[in-house]
Design a binder for this molecule. Structure first.
Ligand SMILES: O=C([O-])CC(=O)C(=O)O
Ligand SMILES: [Mg+2]
Length: 237
């Protein structure tokens, strides 16, 4: 098992040259005003067609939206108990503000990688949400807390004795989508999309223009124009 505890969390986007003057919290907040389809279209125009996580990873509750900077976690099925709680706590301690905790479970189908107490602990650090290619438990209490979670399944099975964390803050890959620590993670009812960090501001600004453009297109429809007339005026669907 490789336990990665030595790597520092990446510097915040604040101060990064790719930041273009947008502070980290504002960046995340502005993404949350958008919708993933608009961001997806902007990425497609840049030739990035494989940035959406598998469609089985969905919000626990309809209407949930979250944007944050990837805090990556990798784990695997394992019956080994030694040191598991201390190690998991160390991982949780390392989560920085504005993070979305993203889990590569290697396709686990048995355990919950997240629950009520982990929600409470990570929120204390300013964690904005969790995206898990795996499971969640304590679901009703997590929902009561209003914490954004995207996952594949729910189960009462905890991790202990079934699954354990092996690394964190390393590049991970979920169904062909590579996620680096600090990438912008954005999830809504259409699922989760990954924006490479160096493009996060550029994509935000373009997607904000897409949103405005789509308001114009919708107005043309409301005005009674046919689909062909809408397209002739530069509209699209
Ligand atoms: O151990 C787990 O599966 C997580 C859990 O129950 C919690 O965070 O409350
Ligand atoms: Mg619990």
């Amino acid at each position: 098992m490789t336990v990665n505890t030595g790597q520092p969390a990446p510097a915040g986007i604040d101060g990064d040259s790719s930041n273009a003057g947008i502070a980290e919290t504002e960046l995340c907040d502005r993404y949350e005003q958008l919708f993933t389809a608009a961001v997806n279209d902007v990425l497609r125009e840049k030739g990035l067609l494989c940035q959406a996580l598998p469609p089985a990873i969905l919000p626990l509750r309809h209407g949930t939206k979250v944007a944050g900077l990837a805090f990556t976690v990798k784990g695997a099925k394992s019956p080994v108990l030694d040191d598991e709680m201390r190690q998991r706590a160390e991982m949780l301690d390392a989560i920085p503000p504005n993070a979305v905790c993203v889990w590569d479970t290697g396709g686990d189908d048995t355990s919950a990688q997240w629950g009520e107490v982990m929600t409470m602990a990570s929120r204390q650090h300013g964690c904005r949400g969790a995206v898990i290619d795996g499971g969640v438990r304590d679901t009703d209490r997590v929902l009561d807390m209003g914490f954004p979670i995207f996952c594949r399944y729910r189960t009462s099975n905890g991790m202990l004795g079934r699954f354990r964390v092996t690394d964190w803050q390393i590049p991970i890959r979920i169904a062909g989508v590579t996620i680096h620590p600090g990438d912008l993670i954005f999830g809504d009812v259409d699922g989760v999309i990954v924006v490479p960090r160096r493009l996060a501001v550029d994509v935000l600004l373009t997607a904000e223009r897409v949103r405005a453009k789509e308001e114009e297109i919708k107005q043309l429809i409301l005005d009674g124009l046919s689909p062909s007339e809408v397209v002739a005026r530069g509209g699209y669907f």
